[in-house]
Design a protein around this ligand. Structure first.
Ligand code: GLV
Ligand code: MN
Ligand code: MN
Length: 412
């Protein structure tokens, strides 16, 4: 097999620029939350591109969009390559998009080289990786990981999910039908920007992902009593905002002091009724925390919940907790890691192994087939922001490593 073929970086760049303009925002990034108009537009662009490239297009019940390059062996397994085209609200241009476009470019390159592989190749754009609605939704459906109650309390809210499904022409039943047989898959590879500072700081070109963190979401609601903000004495208030804010500050301090391998985030807070002159009667917050393994996670979760309870009690408040989903810590497959290491080494690129603090669709796929991830450096580690940037040369390196690693896994 010719391992020297390379992706067409100009063609990839042209696609990247067109795609970055769909949903472009005023911060230099893109705003393409799942099933928004911009997200549906970018998926339609992807579908058209696949057809123009003379590849087969496929859409499953979870809305996952795919380009397929078939093996001549009809019974062959499928090697999946992919990522996601949705973004967080006002996210960056590279997160997910680079992986999907590089996957498509790998298929085009192999098609042009007229290589006959013993696997079908599929470049896939997964639905709702970012968790605007649920998180890793399309890949969880494909991997058969969706539990019946999962869609009843998604972290973006049930109403938003149902409205989004309707706009996209999808149904809940479809998500359960998107499940693939593990036996039908040869593996999964994903190229992604690192979204952190390690590769840039080390001056290394390629990251080989070892594991992906555990992520858990809760909505916490502190319940007090709405009162007149001018006439109620300070010590007589049951001010829900105080509990929510005290918890937020103390959670940060606790993680810094006791859980150095973990992170915690309060990404949104809402006071109700919400006016200058009303003491907040309730304060709800979106809590997410991440840990590298289940043992550390269990201790972190228990400590955060105790902290929330004591913050509520200190201000005379009640606490309501709503669990909104989790993704398990997931090691990447040894075979896939080795294929990526070989691909980087044989391309003359420096590499190092590192864990991922961000969630990825590879986390779902790893439950049913050998999965691996390639990282390329993020300038200043910036991500989930319009500041997200990766030098084009690094994007091309990553796409070529994806190509070589795919060829290597296909040959296994
Ligand atoms: C996805 O980008 C996540 O880690 O939240
Ligand atoms: Mn991503
Ligand atoms: Mn992301």
């Amino acid at each position: 097999m010719d391992t020297k073929i390379q992706i067409n970086s100009l063609r990839l760049k042209r696609d990247f620029d067109v795609l970055s303009a769909i949903g472009a925002d005023e911060f230099g990034g893109v705003d393409r939350p799942t099933f928004s108009a911009a997200h549906l537009a970018v998926r339609e662009w992807f579908r058209q591109r696949i057809l123009q490239d003379g590849l087969e297009f496929s859409l499953d019940g979870a809305g996952n969009h795919s380009a397929i390059l078939r093996s001549r062996q009809a019974q062959a397994k499928t090697l999946l390559l992919g990522s996601h085209l949705d973004s967080v609200p006002h996210g960056g241009r590279y997160d997910g998009a680079l992986g999907v476009l590089a996957a498509l470019e790998v298929l085009r390159t192999i098609q042009e080289a007229n290589l006959s592989l013993p696997v079908h190749l599929e470049a896939i754009d997964f639905t709702d990786e970012e968790g605007t609605l649920y998180g890793l939704l399309g890949s969880a459906a494909l991997a058969g990981l969706l539990e019946p109650e999962a869609l009843l309390a998604p972290r973006g809210g049930r109403a938003a999910l149902l409205e989004g499904l309707q706009r996209a022409g999808l149904s809940e039943e479809g998500f359960y039908q998107a499940r693939r047989e593990p036996d039908s898959l040869a593996g999964y590879l994903e190229l992604h920007i690192e979204q952190g500072p390690c590769l840039e700081q080390a001056g290394v070109q390629i990251g080989v992902v070892t594991t992906i963190v555990r992520i858990t979401s809760y909505r916490l609601t502190f319940l007090g009593r709405a009162d007149h903000a001018g006439t109620t004495p300070m010590l007589d208030r049951l001010d829900a905002a105080q509990g929510a804010c005290a918890f937020t500050l103390q959670a940060r301090q606790m993680v810094l002091e006791r859980f150095s391998s973990c992170v915690v985030n309060v990404g949104e807070m809402h006071f109700s009724p919400g006016a200058f002159n009303i003491v907040p009667g309730s304060a709800s917050l979106a809590l997410e925390f991440r840990a590298p393994d289940e043992t550390t996670f269990a201790s972190l979760e228990a400590s955060l919940m105790e902290l929330a309870q004591s913050a509520a009690e200190n201000y005379g408040l009640k606490l309501e907790r709503e669990f909104l989903g989790r993704h398990h810590p997931t090691p990447m497959h040894e075979t896939a890691q080795q294929a990526i290491q070989r691909a980087a080494g044989s391309s003359g690129l420096s590499w190092l192994s590192l864990p991922s603090g961000a969630g990825h669709d590879a986390q779902s796929l790893a439950q049913i087939c050998p999965a691996g991830m390639i990282f390329v450096p993020s300038v200043e580690g910036a991500s989930h922001s319009g500041r997200e940037y990766t030098h084009w040369e690094d994007c091309v390196n990553g796409a070529n490593v994806l190509l070589q690693a795919a060829l290597s896994l296909a040959a296994v």
